[in-house]
Design a protein around this ligand. Sequence first.
Ligand SMILES: Cc1ncc(COP(=O)(O)O)c(C=O)c1O
Length: 406
Amino acid sequence: MAAAGDPVNLPSLGSRNLFPELATRVYANHASLSPPSQPVIDAVSACLAQYARDGMGCYATEVERRERLRAQLADLIGAPAQDLALVANTTAGVLAVALGLPWRRGDRVLLFDGEFPTNITPWQQAAQREGLELVWMNADDFRTDRAGALEKLEDHLRAGIRLVAVSAVQFTTGQRMPLEAIGALCRRHDSELFVDAIQAMGVVPLDVEACAIDYLTCGSHKWLMGPEGTGCFYARHAAATRLEPNVAGWLSHEDPFAFLTRSPGELRYDRPLLSTARMVESGTPHTLATAGLEASVGLIDAIGVGSIFEHVQAWHEAVEPGLIERGFASARMSEVDGRSGILSVRTDDPAAGPAWSQALAGHGIASASPDGWLRLSPHWPNRIDEADAVLAAVDEILVGGGPKVR
Ligand SMILES: Cc1ncc(COP(=O)(O)O)c(C=O)c1O
C-alpha cells in the first residue's frame, strides 16, 4: 500500500495511475458513479482495519475526521465550515428542508420539469401534506433561451414564490443553470434558493455566497469521487435557524456525547437542538464512506476544481466536433458558464440513446443514456486523446450496422 504523500499517490490530470483496478478502456460515466481511486480504497481499508484493531477506540479519531471533512467540503463551495453537515445522500438534504420549513398553506414552490426526481419527490410530498402549490418551469428553456427563461422566472417570483428548488447542473443535458442570476432574482423577490449540487460539486466551481444559495445538498459518489452513502448539506446560518428540527435525532443536540463520557446526571432529553445545518446529522454516520470521501476530496483539492473544469472542457472539445460531424446533435452550450462535466448528444431518433450507450460499452467505453441522451462525463483522470478511441468506436458501430445517427 502506497503511503499518502508518496509521489505514486499524487493525482495528475489525464492520468489513471491512481485507478489501477479500472478495467473500462474509457470511463466517461462520472455523472453516474465514480470508480474509487487507490487512495480511496486505501483510506476505507485503513479505517476498517483500525476499527478491527481498536473498536470504539477509533471514535475520537473519526469525530476529528468528520470535522476536517466538513471544512474541506465547505471550502469547495465557499461556505463557513459551521454551516455544513455530513448526510447520507443528496435526498437527505432535500428532505431536511422539505420537512423542516415552517410552511403556510398556499406557499408556492418553484420546480423544474426535467430535473432528476431527487429534487422533486420530497417537494411533492410536502405539497400534499402542507397544502403547497407547485409551480413548474421547463429546465431546458434555460439552455435554449436563457434570457427568456430568466424573465419568465422573474414573473413567477413577482407573483410570490416561497422557495426555488433547482439542480446546479441538469443531469440529462449537462446544462449548468445560471445560479448567480437565479440567486440574485430570488434575493430581489424574497424567495429562498435550494440547490441540488451533485452534478456540479467537484468539477464545476461553485460559490454559495456569489449565488445567494440558502440550502445546498450533494451526494458523494459522482464528481466528488467518494464511495456511495455520504454527502453534505449546507444551510446558510440564517436559513438553518428557520428550519424546524423535524429530522432531528440524538446527535442533533448540543453536547450529545455528554451522557456517555461524563459523570451521572448528564442523561437528559432537554438539551437544546443545534440551530445550524448540523441539526440534520441525526444518528451514527457511515464512517467508511466518510474516510473514502476525505481521500477523494483531498485529490480534487490537490488539483483544484478550476483546473479540473478546464481539463474536462478540453476532453469535451476533443470529442464533440467528431460526434457532430457524424450527425449527432450536442446539448453543450456555447457559453462557458452554461457548461459542466457532462457532454450529452443525441441522434434524430430520440429513442436511440440507450442503444448507443450499450454499443459503446461493447467497445470499452462507459457512458450513460438518461432520458434518451447519450451522456459522456469524464473527470480529471481521463486522457484527452481518449477522443480517438470514442470516435473510432462510433465509426466501428456505424460500419457494423449498429444504431443509426440519422
Ligand atoms: C441531479 C441529481 N440529483 C440527485 C441524484 C441522486 O440522489 P441521491 O444522492 O439522493 O441518491 C442524482 C443521480 O443519481 C442526480 O443526477
